[in-house]
Design a protein around this ligand. Structure first.
Ligand SMILES: [Cu+2]
Length: 318
């Protein structure tokens, strides 16, 4: 049954294992809570004599052994299932563990945290995207996670464990989806003013669909036709846009900001701050600081004519 709370709706073997551990620990803790609060109630009701003292109990070996042994068993049990979980999460699929040259260094995705968006690279292709990760279902992918500035944390609750993105250090995590769908990802480590809007989506496709997506993403959009869009392209290259953003097959090659080669086909803008549509794109360009205060894209105070041109151009980048 789908749940509104992602943690309760795991969609990969790893997330299921996390869910199982969570439920077991929750049930054990709930049981202990009920026993302890029940005993307190019993004590209150039974021994609330107003006069004199209740009969004193100077200890019982059997009881003492029982309340020592029971917690030890519980702690050992939780230790065992936690260890099993860690082994499940870190299990290396045979194709990555083999001693063939390079197998152990194979990386399927490179994710880089930036204040406040995610850069996604697909090694072996020249696809670079932002805030949206496309994967095929049923495949365990090795993801390299790193950071361009401060510590972030890469987290898709329905698919995988959390993993920190640390500047100057590379971390690895397995990402897998059992069924196709769109999974919400978030930054889970406070990283500055717009941390709350550092979201991303993982879109899991059936393998054939994934191949189609990949072919589309690798093709470079046709140069714009029509005056408005052409003017928009010239403006993009002449304003400082091209000093931060890249668009394949143009002079814009910088990777300080999200790659815009296929920006029009993405679901959201500004790492989830607004849905992607021509109107919303215009709102973003008009003043990114109004939508996402403090974000690293300045307000260019563009006039309506320039906004129309830029939107017309960016909308051709499908
Ligand atoms: Cu963050």
């Amino acid at each position: 049954m789908p749940s509104a709370v992602p943690v309760f709706d795991p969609a990969s073997p790893q997330a299921e294992a996390i869910y199982d551990l969570f439920v077991q620990v929750l049930l054990i803790s709930a049981g202990i809570f009920v026993i302890v609060s029940g005993l307190i109630c019993v004590a209150l009701l039974k021994f609330h004599a107003r006069e004199g003292q209740p009969e004193q109990d100077f200890g019982s070996h059997r009881k003492e052994i029982a309340w020592m042994v029971a917690p030890v068993i519980i702690v050992l049990w939780i230790g065992a299932i936690s260890t099993k979980l860690v082994l499940t999460l870190n299990a290396t699929p045979p194709m990555y563990a083999s001693s063939d040259a390079g197998a152990q260094d194979t990386v399927d995705l490179i994710v880089t945290g930036h204040q406040w968006w995610w850069e996604i690279e697909y090694p072996g292709t020249d696809i670079v995207s932002a805030n949206e990760i496309h994967i095929p279902t049923g495949k365990k992918l090795r993801v390299k996670v790193r950071s361009a500035d401060v510590i972030h944390c890469f987290w898709v609750a329905q698919l995988a464990r959390k993993i920190d993105a640390i500047p100057g250090h590379e971390n690895y995590v397995w990402l897998e989806a059992s069924r196709s769908g769109i999974y919400q990802g978030r930054c889970a480590e406070y990283c500055g003013i717009q941390h709350a809007w550092m979201n991303f989506k993982v879109i899991a496709h059936a393998p054939e669909e994934y191949e189609q997506w990949k072919a589309r993403e690798q093709s470079v959009p046709q140069p714009p036709e029509g005056q408005l869009a052409e003017a928009g392209k010239t403006l993009f290259m002449n304003l400082t846009c091209s000093q931060c953003h890249a668009i394949s097959d143009t002079e814009a090659t910088k990777s300080y900001a999200p790659n815009l080669t296929h920006v029009a086909s993405r679901l959201e803008l500004g790492a989830g701050v607004i849905e992607n549509s021509p109107e919303n794109l215009r709102t973003w360009l008009k003043n990114p600081q109004a939508l996402k205060p403090g974000c690293k894209m300045p307000n260019f105070k563009l006039n309506d004519e320039h906004l129309d041109q830029l939107v017309a151009y960016l909308e051709t980048l499908k």
